[in-house]
Design a protein around this ligand. Sequence first.
Ligand SMILES: [Zn+2]
Ligand SMILES: [Zn+2]
Ligand SMILES: [Zn+2]
Length: 248
Amino acid sequence: MIVYFIGTGGSEGIPAHLCTCETCEEARKLGFAQRKPSTLAIITKNKKAILIDVGTDIRDLLHVPLEGILLTHWHHDHIYGLYKLRWIAKKTRLYGPKGDADWLMIHDPKNIQVGFIKAGNMLKIDSLKITALKLNHQVETLGYLIEEDNKSVAVLYDTKGLPEETFKLLEKKKLRLAIVDATYAPGVDDPYHNNVDEGAETGLQLAERTMLSHISHKNLSFLKLDEYVRKKYNGKVLVAYDGMLFYV
Ligand SMILES: [Zn+2]
Ligand SMILES: [Zn+2]
Ligand SMILES: [Zn+2]
């Protein structure tokens, strides 16, 4: 499978509108440092796609047959691309937690068929085996373990650390890749999100490679963050960017 990082930002995206912080100003100069809100596609070995969160309009970015959508939670930065995707030409299943489900997506989902799942539930979509995982966030939030043949990836945002049951389950899996919440700069303590080092350390304990994502404009600027992570973690931990591909 291939992981396609479509959006790697936090709620506000980078640059945040009219913000003049270092991160946002840098992103206006260097196009590659811009980040859309959280959106990820997994491309299966059969060249089918599933989306994990739709924080941005994906219609110009992904023309691969879409087999399903997984939502981590219903915060706006993970769902607002869904409002346009509702007009997709073919009925498409969406799975997500029940907590805080969006009114429009429940009452007028058009071609999206919304179904609720809980931590521990398993799904099969195309060649993927998917397990929903409990995360630590402000509202009910699911991470996902995604397995194809004997390769596995875990998507672990939005979260602060991991619940013990999730950590124990993933520990047994020898993950190829962990994609982990790293919303804030080193040293910042937030109740609902990791900082860069908390995200990196979670990933290092569980996976061969860690990709940090869900990056806020309050984090270090793009180039400083990349340098900090490369120096400290010797290439085992990387910072995702919009448009990046990872071959699992
Ligand atoms: Zn978020
Ligand atoms: Zn800013
Ligand atoms: Zn959230």
